[in-house]
Design a protein around this ligand. Structure first.
Ligand SMILES: [Zn+2]
Ligand SMILES: [Zn+2]
Length: 338
């Protein structure tokens, strides 16, 4: 089969490899669509290191069950989204509903094990979530990363009806998930086109923040938009020191800073900034399988949608990643794999 593989010299090449064989409890999935994500760039840059190289890239996949291993209840032809994080199902964290931080299985497709930018992938059956008929493969692939992460972050934020949330960074799915809690959403992004997209997906207001001075003045601008109060929740998706500092300072008393995005830069605020306003810091990493299920259900019901703005064949993966790196992408890009 064809697979887009990253090698130890950090080159990405389309390779011909054997179709994997599902063992007991595993399922072979024929990939129909795979999402292209900013995290893939971290792997191309060597910031996240697969062990071992080479590794098939891709952590956002949806497709059709091709063959089920012994003991699986799946049937050939079942439409599925792939939950990319391995989990045991039995450790304390898994039992508490946090398979995303499973104590025993560190594997994650497309991070440290062969992922979905290929014609097939083998995963444990418990990593598959059935696709509602109304959700197409490309949309499901994006929900298997950005969508479920947005739902997870909205849940963990504790956001409630009547509150105000700020989405800092390009997060159209976070905008929608936050909106669905009944909150007012203010989008913060580095360009007017991204603000327009956020407004079209439920944001009530938008603030363009493109440089250090604009970040420094963001808390004052947010207070203007919130009657002087500030935001109940700030979803921080950018992860630079200046974006995170601004985010903390946008909070209302009792507000919650949700740390999701990261770069190589530290969060650097004095604890008194949290203490005096009794602010909360919440961090989120990926999502649970239930969040993927909920994201699929929200899209199937029309409550959320995925703006897909670029479609490429598997051979176009490098081209898609190049476009993403140039930040020339509004919405999400997907590989269509026949
Ligand atoms: Zn992703
Ligand atoms: Zn576990």
């Amino acid at each position: 089969m064809r697979a887009a593989r990253i090698f130890d010299d950090l080159s990405l090449r389309l390779d011909e490899v054997a179709v994997p064989v599902p063992g007991p409890g595993q399922v072979l999935v024929r990939i129909r669509a795979a999402g292209v994500c900013g995290t893939d760039l971290h792997i191309l840059d060597g910031m996240i290191k697969p062990d071992p190289y080479p590794m098939t890239l891709g952590h956002e996949a949806a497709g059709v069950v091709e063959m089920a291993g012994d003991g699986s209840s799946m049937s050939s032809g079942d439409r599925v989204a792939v939950y990319n994080k391995m989990f045991c199902g039995w450790c304390k964290q898994c039992l508490a509903g946090r398979p995303n931080v499973c104590d025993t299985l560190p594997g994650q497709l497309g991070f440290n094990m062969d992922g979905g930018d290929a014609e097939y992938v083998v995963v444990p059956e418990r990593n598959l979530v059935p696709l509602p008929d109304a959700v197409d493969f490309a949309t499901a692939a994006v929900l298997a990363c950005a969508g479920m992460t947005a739902v997870h972050a909205a849940k963990l934020s504790g956001l409630r009806l009547g509150q105000t949330a700020i989405v800092g960074g390009v997060g159209i799915l976070v905008v929608q998930a936050a909106r669905r809690t009944g909150s007012r959403v203010i989008a913060v992004a580095d360009g007017p086109d991204k603000i327009q997209l956020a407004l079209a997906h439920g944001a009530a207001d938008g603030v363009v923040v493109a440089n250090a001075e604009e970040y420094a003045s963001l808390p004052a601008r947010i207070r203007e938009l919130t009657g002087g109060r500030g935001a109940d929740v700030f979803f921080e998706l950018v992860g630079t020191t200046e974006s995170m500092t601004a985010g903390v300072r946008c909070l209302a008393k009792g507000g919650t800073f949700v740390s999701t995005g990261y770069t190589d830069q530290p969060l650097n605020v004095h604890p008194i900034e949290f203490i005096l306003s009794e602010a909360t810091l919440v961090s989120t990493v990926a999502a649970t399988r239930e969040d993927l299920h909920d994201a699929l259900t929200l899209v199937a019901s029309g409550a959320m949608s995925v703006p897909i703005t670029g479609r490429y064949p598997l051979e176009g993966v490098q081209e898609a990643l190049d476009a993403l790196r140039k930040r020339g992408v509004l919405g999400r890009q997907v590989l269509d794999i026949a």
